[in-house]
Design a protein around this ligand. Sequence first.
Ligand SMILES: [Zn+2]
Length: 422
Amino acid sequence: MSVNASAGGRSRNHIVLTSHGASTGVAADGPVLNWGAPDPALRGPVVATLTDTTRRNAIGTHAGGYAVYRALAIAAGALPADFKADLTNTAPSDIIGPHPQWGDPGKIVSLDPFGHMIGEAFGAEVAGGLDVRPSIAITRAHIDMPEIRDALRAGRLKIDGDIIGPKGDVRVTKAAIEPVWYLPGIAARFGVSEGALRRALFEHTGGMFPELVTRGDLKVFLPPIGGMTLYLFGDPAKIGDGITPLACRVHDECNGSDVFSSDICTCRPYLAHGIEICVEMAQQGGVGLVVYNRKEGRALGEVTKFLVYNARKRQEGGDLPETYFKRTECVAGVQDMRFQELMPDVFHWLGITRIDRFASMSDMKFNALERAGIAVGERVAIPEELIPLDARVEMEAKVSAGYFSGGFQSQFDATQGRALEE
Ligand SMILES: [Zn+2]
């Protein structure tokens, strides 16, 4: 097989190294990018296209981890390398912002606040041929969950023909957000130098993005990781208005529970409960927000997660709350890799300064929000009857480690999870 990047019709037999600036014709002449400038004309677009590498002003590329599939599609000849998206009719279904927080370079460092309004904010650049791509998309949908039908049957929620349709389906506005990292801001958030951050990102992705260490002039990085999805309940125009009460759940991905209802954790029950709280708030004239972060298994990934399950269930003495975090640390080196430091950014993007009802028991999420200046009113614990039996180990361990307990009745010493063979 010959290595020849001519699938897109452009003959390009040499490999373009992005790390050597003008010496290879990849000049640092991309549009100016002033992160944190409130006016998009001053801020400038994030340009991470690969169709015109001379005009990039960011490291990495769009679509998070799916960029690798795009590369595969190009390698396989299924996609022209110079394909340019036709964005006709893709504009957001609902308007978000601008909010004052967008003009504070310390408040938003992990997403592009203008990522959904490319057409409005950077229309002139796009018309001039610059390949500026959205990193945020906003649309509408209906969701239909058995737990919402249960809540309707139990009389906790009612069909109103607005938030909940006649068939029990819930109307939502949803937004998909790709990560866009402003490296000086990310470094500041974690209390490390920008150089140390760049070097770690470069070395521990197997040297995937040399520009991290060779192009200090490029301050923005689109990392190859999962982003987040927002589900908004009620009128999206009211979110962040400073008046309308807000219910919220910040949920970190757990495929085993969220999709397959595995009973070892409380993830899906808590997600469904959070959605119910959000729908209830929307029906009372407020708004609801579920933030769904692609951070599978505390951002350790499913392989690590399943190894930990085995280690927990096979250890001497059985699966107990007192060794819950220790087993994760043995396999992963840390108890948790989610680091909620970046999580509040999306609240700033939405203009939110207060959460009235927060469906979460995590002290890490609560503390991160408070540190970011977002007030949290009532913290809502998961109702005890929603906790699966095998998930009591996790609940006991978390409450014992400082999670908000609400009315949770601890039976720490009496709790043991199922063995692997049961
Ligand atoms: Zn889970």
